[in-house]
Design a protein around this ligand. Structure first.
Ligand code: MG
Ligand code: MG
Length: 580
């Protein structure tokens, strides 16, 4: 009824290498399974390698069993595929499975390759290249996070979509396609998290993972035939061009006061909408107080929040095209008078992501859509903020794989290893999505419960995603001084943080005093140093961060997060108190 067909059937285990009397019984059983296959209208049976303790080893013995099985199958118009389980008793390597199939030498018997079984055991996928493509009966794909555990348990509970884990599924699939294989490419995923998830979003993730994988394979393995329409390559992001907040007038004033204290200048008013532009360095913050349209709808659901992120790309239209090919949801809203039509998609938490480029009229969006404000205000002197260093998005932990795949498949980015952030209310998992040049940095924080600051933010803002924005400065001490002169009150960090820090890094006490006096957090690694300064919480737990990176420091100060969270939790309004 739904246009589905069964391309593979796996009703049957522990087949090959059985001693008598089990061997005869096994062949009797298989005939029953063939009957079912006829009823189901399917013609390919998967037989995975035997795990039975009574089974006997030996390539010849297994090959003879498969030759007989192939004969019986052929009489019924059926075919057999043999798969090496990573924990098979005698055969646990695709090279051995292929040897068995090669020795069986029967047209109805092929080998089934499963990326998990090959890659989880660290078997070089290049060895697949020597298998003739027409002897590969079926391909099963899964990725998985690198976890050191029992193979069977790992496989049954942690498999995920290609690109969501740490296995080199691309290398596996390159080798498969190089053999000339042109059959079905399937996903075989067992994952506890996926079982309860929305079927639609799992389906989109699966589709996205396959299109992204095969697009990569095609680019890396020229000359192979891939049945996939052309799509633009992964998009390099040159930076965050703007961040837009949805607010009402009162909260827009509060937000504006905070921006002004952070050295932003009210730089423009939209030609036709209640939208204000704040600027400092190359940072553009937009505050939208319209009473209709997307921003207003976002405001009604989430309260004052980030509703839109604008990314600088080389070709905005091509970016949209790739995103659409990967089943991202396009976003469109009728353009008002004087407005440009800017390509956009839906992002995390139903927020919107716009794409701006330098090669079309989009390059002049600020001049076209905004008029300078005639203000009696004395323009705020900047505090040295230059650009957006990172955008931090919060989500339920279960959604992290979806959004890492979203970012890494559309954009030319990589994910950093997951780190655990200890919040007194529970764990928050954190992972960064970065371009190689650091121009785009997005941190994803997965909250497991509502007792963490991140989880509370999710609940109180009804799923708003952007929890903090980090601005870059080239001199955090000078910035801190100017912030203080503007009346900006940084988040108050506990003095014992600095005692610990001094001991941990062997810091000069005078240097520690400077950090302490300005409430600046500090981190260091082999590559360089990192300085962080936070604003207090705003609204439902949104905040700003100011960072300075020295040398090649590439992290986000994860070790400091628990101190920041403790400081923020002290400042939270009591539960049940009204907003504001
Ligand atoms: Mg399998
Ligand atoms: Mg941060």
């Amino acid at each position: 009824d739904h246009g589905l067909q069964i391309s593979l059937y796996q009703p049957f285990r522990d087949f090959e290498g059985m001693p008598e009397p089990q061997r005869s019984r096994t062949f009797d059983r298989v005939e029953r399974k063939f009957d079912i296959m006829a009823d189901l209208g399917t013609d390919l049976m998967l037989v995975c390698s035997n795990v039975s303790p009574v089974s006997l080893g030996g390539i010849d013995r297994a090959a003879a069993d498969f030759r007989e099985l192939g004969e019986r199958a052929q009489k019924r118009g059926l075919k057999i595929g043999y798969e090496a389980l990573a924990w098979g008793r005698h055969v646990n390597d695709h090279r051995d499975a292929w040897e068995v199939v090669r020795w069986a030498d029967h047209p109805g018997v092929g080998v089934i390759l499963d990326s998990f079984h090959t890659l989880a055991r660290g078997i070089d996928p290049e060895t697949i290249r020597s298998i003739p493509g027409d002897k590969i009966a079926f391909i099963q794909l899964a990725d998985a996070p690198k976890i050191d555990m029992d193979l069977l348990y790992w496989s049954r509970h942690f498999r995920n979509m290609p690109g969501e884990g740490d296995l080199d599924v691309t290398a596996f699939m390159r080798a498969v396609m190089a053999t000339g294989y042109d059959g079905v490419i399937s996903l075989e995923i067992f994952n506890d998290q996926f079982r309860g998830a929305s079927p639609r979003s799992i389906a989109v993730d699966g589709y996205r993972s396959l299109v992204n994988l095969m697009d990569r394979v095609r680019r890396l393995e020229p000359g192979i035939a891939v049945d996939l329409p052309d799509l633009p390559s992964r998009v390099h992001v040159a930076g965050v061009e703007f961040v837009e907040f949805a607010a009402n007038e009162t909260e827009a004033e509060e937000l504006g006061a905070m921006f002004a204290a952070m050295g932003f200048e009210r730089a423009g008013r939209h030609v036709s909408k209640d939208v204000t532009l704040w600027k400092q360095g190359s940072i553009n913050l937009v505050v939208n107080t319209e009473r209709e349209g997307f921003a207003h709808a976002a405001y009604l659901v989430h309260g004052t929040s980030v509703c839109d992120i604008g990314l600088k790309v080389e070709n905005a239209q091509a970016t949209l095209e790739r995103a659409r090919a990967l089943k991202a949801e396009p976003f469109e809203q009728a353009a008002g008078p004087g407005e440009l039509k800017i390509p956009a998609i839906r992002g995390v938490g139903n927020g919107v992501m716009h794409f701006l480029d330098e090669t079309s009229e989009l390059a002049n969006v600020w001049a076209i859509e905004f008029r300078p404000v005639a203000s009696e205000e004395i323009p705020a002197p900047g505090v040295g903020l230059t650009r957006i260093d990172h955008v931090a998005q919060t989500m339920n932990y279960e959604e992290m794989l979806t959004w890492t795949l979203f970012y890494t498949s559309i954009f030319d980015t990589r994910r950093t290893p997951m780190v655990d952030i200890v919040d007194p209310g529970g764990l928050v998992r954190s992972q960064a999505i970065e371009g190689a040049d650091g121009a785009l940095r997005i941190t994803l924080n997965g909250a497991e419960n509502r007792k963490t600051l991140a989880g509370r933010f999710m609940a109180e803002s009804f799923g708003s995603s952007v929890q903090h924005l980090a601005f870059a400065t080239q001199d955090i001490f000078a910035t801190a001084e100017r912030l203080a002169a503007n009346g900006f009150q940084p988040l108050d960090i506990s003095p014992n943080y600095y005692d610990d820090l001094e001991a941990r890094f062997g810091l000069d006490p005078e240097f520690t005093d400077c950090l302490r006096a300005a409430n600046i957090l500090y981190d260091r690694d082999e590559a360089g140093e990192y300085f962080q300064l936070y604003s207090p919480n705003y609204g439902e737990g949104f905040f700003f961060e100011i960072v300075e990176r020295r040398g090649g420091y590439d992290g986000y100060g994860a070790a400091n997060a628990q101190f920041r969270i403790a400081a923020q939790k002290r400042g939270l309004r009591p539960k049940g108190m009204p907003r504001g």
